[in-house]
Design a protein around this ligand. Structure first.
Ligand code: AP5
Length: 212
């Protein structure tokens, strides 16, 4: 099963992808997580990507497509994958088609999550992530048992640099202008299932699993 998750920043793509990993036993491939790992390790790719990410802009398509080509070649992708945050532009979607053709694969479903902007700003302003294991929490909706400490590994929680209010607004504009055209692109191919991302995490999970 090859699934694409599309939706504005903070809609819950990463949160819901974890449930799909459990349900289908296939990996989540998050370009955002891959880029953040490169930033943390100060690789040349991470140094290049950081300035775009902190400004709420997209990292250039050529960088992303190169990174994905190498990720698809890893053996855990053989049984399928959940693409979280990729593709993000029409050129990336076309590049993905070329990569899939080369691998003799296709996309089975494109899940489009949506929720209103007010809720997105609330979710992102209160998101916290673990510095050690990257588990994502929310101060309002999904808190840890001990304040500031990861429930899974006891790592310290931090707030992402791009979750500042002005950067969130920029990321929402980028989504509207550059990413949302993908919904028509994949609707024309008959692959889109729209999911209401509002409400509790578990309610969205049920909608998503039943849509598949
Ligand atoms: P990326 O990391 O992909 O960020 P994003 O798409 O903006 O998505 P987020 O991770 O912010 O949100 P999410 O939808 O996963 O929400 P989450 O589940 O965490 O990209 C970051 C940057 O990297 C980009 O801006 C760009 O610069 C670059 N980049 C990445 N991919 C790229 C690409 N392909 N091309 C070019 N550049 C790229 O949930 C958010 C919060 O809400 C959490 O705290 C969660 O606990 C909470 N929550 C989730 N669901 C609910 C719910 N139902 N109710 C209440 N709270 C909820």
């Amino acid at each position: 099963m090859n699934i694409i998750l599309i939706g504005p920043p903070g809609v819950g793509k990463g949160t819901q992808a974890k449930f799909l990993v459990e349900a289908y036993n296939i990996p989540q491939i998050s370009t955002g997580d891959m880029l953040r790992a490169n930033v943390r390790e100060a690789t040349p790719l991470g140094t290049e990507a950081k300035k775009f990410m902190n400004a709420g802009q997209l990292v250039p398509d050529s960088v992303i497509l190169g990174m994905m080509k190498s990720r698809f070649s890893e053996p855990d992708c053989d049984a399928g994958y959940i693409l979280d945050g990729f593709p993000r532009t029409i050129p990336q979607a076309e590049g993905l088609e070329d990569l899939l053709n080369d691998m003799g694969q296709q996309i089975d479903s494109v899940l489009v999550l949506d929720v209103n902007h007010e809720e997105i700003i609330k979710r992102l302003s209160s998101r916290r992530s673990c510095k050690e294991c990257d588990t994502v929490y929310n101060l309002l909706f999904d808190p840890t048992t001990s304040e500031g400490i990861c429930d899974k590994c006891e790592g310290m929680l931090y707030q992402r640099d791009d979750d500042k209010p002005e950067t969130i607004r920029q990321r929402l504009d980028v989504y509207t202008n550059q990413t949302s055209p993908l919904i028509s692109f994949y609707t024309q191919k008959g692959l889109v299932k729209k999911i209401n991302g509002a409400g509790k995490i578990d309610a969205v999970k049920k909608r998503m699993l039943s849509a598949l």
